[in-house]
Write a protein that binds this ligand. Structure first.
Ligand SMILES: [Zn+2]
Length: 102
């Protein structure tokens, strides 16, 4: 297991893990709920993290991350009218509640 990515937003971690899994890379999100239970821990300790099951996938995962970062710069985040969570501009459904957005 190896941590490949530390996300600033929960949706960001899920987006990365989803893309990894779609590409055949086994990825998991950790710390997704840590911010609610962590209390006094500094933010960088409780940010959502994406971990790879197989260390050999690191080069492919890093290439995927770079292409995702390039994509992200072309999209504007959207806010769900149902639950208020932020989703990437290329999402059609809210990652959090499944409501249609955009
Ligand atoms: Zn929502």
């Amino acid at each position: 297991m190896i941590c490949i990515y530390v996300a600033r937003q929960r949706y960001d971690a899920y987006l990365v893990a989803d893309r990894m899994n779609q590409a055949g890379i086994r990825a998991h999100v950790f710390n997704e709920h840590a911010s609610s239970i962590a209390g006094d821990l500094p933010p960088d300790v409780v940010q959502p993290q994406v971990w790879l099951a197989d260390d050999n996938d690191v080069p492919r995962a890093q290439a995927l991350l770079r292409s995702m970062e390039a994509d992200a710069q072309r999209t504007t985040p959207l806010y769900c009218r149902h639950c208020g969570e932020q989703s990437p501009g290329n999402f059609e459904l809210c990652w959090n509640c499944g409501a249609a957005i955009g």
